[in-house]
Write a protein that binds this ligand. Structure first.
Ligand code: NAD
Ligand code: MG
Length: 398
């Protein structure tokens, strides 16, 4: 029986993980659930999964949950922690064998780093952590002896194609390049002017995947693929020039690996995150996941095309930040988080996300080039980037 900590349990990744734990109660036990402030969904999952620990990072939500648990006939064995420090405490508990890192954004970083130091198996969905803190993550995992298994569908596909050739944070042998597939998002065929003023509803209506709001907007800007490029660089220890992006609108081929001998391996499946999560949870064996089976008897198309880098400048921005190195990817991530939040709150238009990220990167180009030696140094530049992005947004919105 493996003890699982589901970080971001009320979110899209968290709920997919709980589906799998529910299907395999003989193998997995949910020891920890965490969420920001959603009390009702958390209460429902507490009743069903009886975790030993719950973290609600919002103190008022933690209090409300505690009161409701006291009133419930089944709530006595559940301990409630709060604040960002509660996440770090929960990440290193001895009953936790594996962590599903399903918090969205920079808020997920400290707990992932703590789990890496503590030598846990980390099933990484939270790509922002690796984008912000690649070198610190590599150091922490090496020092703690942690194994990071990718859950992001593209990286999980690459992980599957590599098979026994996968070593956490070490270069695989005989690989010429990685091909990250991208759906192209909801605006793949929109012209630039129409895209510029797209509504929130249009941006979060992903054609193939059902996901949280932030990553849905990232898919619409294709910044998601930019972040994934940086994620792949750290996970698989390959240079930016060996990672290519291919648009594949059907989201059936989840990514590919091209080897030195000219062979290309791909992993295919229906777009359902329960498949990559199940793969990482049960590795090196396989368990059942309830994703729809691909139908090979009816006519199918698998299309591939080059991304339009003019309409989607995110890919070039991500590549440039990797080439700059140091804290540049953290600056890119911070500015993007702020810009996406501002778009979701309708303070800026969709097309203004790109300029906000670009100008923040330009303004911090000198400071960003040096590598932060500690989490404090990293968070300092992250905060600086957020201030600059917010100032620009205030100008646009004002
Ligand atoms: P989501 O918005 O559905 O869920 C986010 C979770 O994080 C929620 O449980 C929420 O309570 C928690 N959270 C939010 N802000 C927090 C904070 N400040 N402190 C603590 N907890 C906080 O997001 P999601 O779509 O499940 O995505 C989660 C992560 O997984 C993201 O990094 C995303 O890029 C990655 N990912 C998601 C998918 C997907 O299909 N949803 C696929 C690949 C990668
Ligand atoms: Mg992905």
């Amino acid at each position: 029986m493996l003890g699982v900590a589901v970080f971001g349990s009320t979110g899209s990744i968290g709920q997919s993980t709980l589906d799998l734990i529910g299907l395999h109660p003989e193998r997995f036990r949910a020891e920890v659930l965490t969420a920001h402030r959603q009390v009702e969904p958390m209460l429902r999952d507490c009743e069903r999964f009886q975790p030993r620990w719950v973290v609600m990072t919002d103190p008022a939500a933690a209090k409300a949950l505690q009161t409701r648990l006291r009133e419930a006939s089944w709530g006595a064995g559940i301990n409630v922690l709060t604040g960002p420090e509660g996440l770090v405490t929960a990440a290193v508990l001895p009953e936790v064998d594996m962590m599903i890192a399903g918090i969205v954004g920079a808020a997920g970083l400290p707990s992932v780093l703590a789990a890496a130091h503590a030598g846990k198996r980390i099933l990484l969905a939270n790509k922002e952590a690796l984008v912000m803190a690649g070198p610190l993550m590599v150091q922490a995992a090496r020092a703690g002896g942690a194994t990071v298994l990718p859950v992001d569908s593209e990286h999980n596909a690459i992980f599957q194609c590599l098979g026994e050739n996968y070593r956490c944070f070490a270069p695989p042998k005989g690989v010429r390049r990685l091909l990250l597939t991208a759906s192209g998002g909801p605006f793949r065929s929109w012209d630039k002017a129409r895209m510029f003023s797209a509504s929130v509803g249009e941006a979060i209506a992903h054609p193939n995947w059902s996901m949280g709001r932030k990553i849905s907007v990232d898919s619409a800007t294709m910044m998601n693929k930019g972040l994934e490029l940086i994620e792949a660089h750290w996970l698989f220890c390959l240079p930016e020039s060996a990672i290519e992006v291919v648009v594949h609108p059907q989201s059936i081929v989840h990514s590919m690996v091209e080897f030195d001998d000219g062979s290309t391996l791909a992993q295919l499946g229906s777009p359902d995150m329960r498949t990559p999560i199940a793969c990482a949870m049960s590795w090196p064996t396989r368990i059942h996941a309830p994703a729809k089976t691909l139908d090979w008897q009816s006519a199918q198309r698998l299309d591939f095309e080059a991304p339009d880098t003019e309409r989607f400048p995110s890919l070039a921005l991500a590549r440039a930040s990797l080439r700059t190195g140091g804290a540049a990817p953290a600056v890119l991530n911070a500015a993007n988080e702020v810009a996406v939040e501002a778009f979701l709150s309708e303070h800026i238009r969709f097309g203004e996300i790109f300029g906000t990220v670009e100008s923040t990167l330009a303004e911090l180009s000198n400071q960003a080039a040096s590598t932060p030696g500690s989490i404090d140094e990293l968070l300092e530049i992250d905060q600086r980037a957020r201030q600059i992005a917010r100032a620009r947004i205030a100008k646009i919105a004002g």
